[in-house]
Write a protein that binds this ligand. Structure first.
Ligand SMILES: [Zn+2]
Length: 419
């Protein structure tokens, strides 16, 4: 079974969240300013728990949309909402409306990317930040949100959370929040006990301090999980994911860290293995505050196995097969290997990642993988050069040896071990 890092990278440059819209009359303000005013009012209604005001921001919208959003409102209000904001983002897509949309909605229509930021009180060090693609209609100066699925034909999907799929409830203890549907109510206490134990282990094993609270979400079905994560690959054999949103607000950083559990797979394992799965995922979380754009999946997955699982990378059946059949490339796996291939290739990608971090540990000491991770993560802000270039700088700074040379050394050692 796979346990995988998965980051929901939402690209694009942001306007400042909750930026106050200058007080202007509709006649002398731009449509963007008027739209932001609507969004600010809508977000304030969510923040205050004002359902009538929230509903007023959807005047004239189709009844099924209003119904679904009101349900969403009721459900999110059962969660410990710390902050909620909606910010018009125009830099990436501009206005996505087509003439057909104007005809369809009979009015001045704009379809826009909106940054939705949600922070749970006491749990998020900074808000999760995801995209909504909202259809906004201006009818006689009255603005309203009338849809959020109109550009799914371009695969521009509005964020869905597990509370879009049904009621949710929370269980929390000691800085860990578990959000489930009522049907998984009995799972929550098992997950919480597992998580508390796993966090202690993960903190001990990762060489750098990590004290952040943890949010764990438990969708009901694979299709729900797939829609929340917006994945195109088969999730049926995955057990857990660490996901984060990318914010470009200040340079480049990951925020809104969440662990998603595929409960029907997770619950098949005994306590020890369940905690090992969480040790792995929590090690991903431990790296998120510091991570950077040039950290590759093999570094994430290698360190999560080597430190989180305390795995050694000695038994590697898929690597052995590759070496013996002459199909071992001697390169660390590229990011797409972790999701796109057949299961054997995905297993191989995990094996090679662990094997590379283990090689660093043997050569430069137990903390070498973590040191290399931190150094690569520190290669920011965004600047020219490929990940290999930046990683090369980081490795040379850390070990006095370039990445290419280390990769060759690892490849030679691997061929020798398995031939
Ligand atoms: Zn992982």
């Amino acid at each position: 079974m796979m346990r995988c890092r998965l980051s929901l990278f939402a690209a694009g440059v942001l306007l400042i969240a909750a930026q106050p819209v200058p007080a202007q009359t509709p006649s002398d303000s731009t449509w963007q300013q008027q739209a932001q005013k609507l969004l600010t009012a809508r977000a304030a209604a969510v923040q205050k728990g004002d359902l009538p005001e929230f509903t007023r921001t959807m005047r004239g919208a189709p009844a099924p949309f209003v119904k679904a959003r009101r349900q969403w409102f009721d459900r999110i209000r059962t969660l410990p909402l710390g902050s909620y904001s909606l910010t018009l983002a125009q830099d990436q897509f501009g206005d996505l409306a087509l003439p057909a949309d104007t005809r369809n909605y009979k009015g001045d229509v704009h379809i826009v990317q909106v940054k939705e930021r949600i922070a749970f009180k006491g749990f998020d060090r900074s808000p999760a930040e995801e995209d909504l693609f909202l259809t906004l209609r201006n009818s006689g100066g009255a603005w309203s949100v009338v849809a959020d699925t109109d550009r799914e034909n371009l695969f521009l999907m509005s964020m869905r959370n597990i509370w879009d799929f049904g009621p949710v409830q929370t269980t929390s203890r000691s800085g860990i929040l578990v959000i489930t549907h009522p049907a998984q109510r009995s799972a929550a206490s098992t997950i919480l006990s597992d998580a508390i134990a796993a966090r202690t282990t993960a903190r001990k094993r990762w060489p750098y301090p990590w004290r952040d609270p943890i949010i764990i979400m438990v969708p009901s079905t694979v299709s729900e999980l797939a829609r929340v994560l917006q994945t195109q690959f088969d999730l049926s054999s995955f057990v857990a994911f660490a996901s984060s949103s990318l914010t470009r607000d200040k340079d480049w950083s990951l925020t809104g860290d969440r662990v998603f559990l595929h409960w029907s797979n997770y619950s098949r394992y005994d306590t020890g293995y369940r905690r090992l799965i969480l040790d792995h995922e929590f090690t991903h979380l431990a790296t998120r505050a510091a991570t950077g754009p040039y950290v590759q999946s093999f570094m994430d997955e290698g360190t999560a196995q080597y430190y989180g699982e305390a795995a050694a990378g000695n038994a590697a059946p898929y690597t052995r097969t590759r070496v013996r059949s002459g199909r071992f490339t001697g390169r660390v796996p590229e990011d797409w290997f972790f999701t796109a291939g057949p299961p054997e290739d995905i297993y191989l990608a995990y094996e090679l990642s662990l094997s590379f971090i283990t090689y660093l540990g043997k050569r430069f000491g137990h903390n070498a993988g973590a040191r290399a991770y931190q150094a690569t993560a520190a290669e920011k802000p965004v600047s020219p050069g490929t990940w290999r270039y930046h990683q090369g700088l980081a490795f040379r700074r850390t070990f006095g040896v370039g990445f290419e040379s280390l990769e060759r050394g690892w490849a030679d050692a691997t061929r020798k071990a398995y031939r």
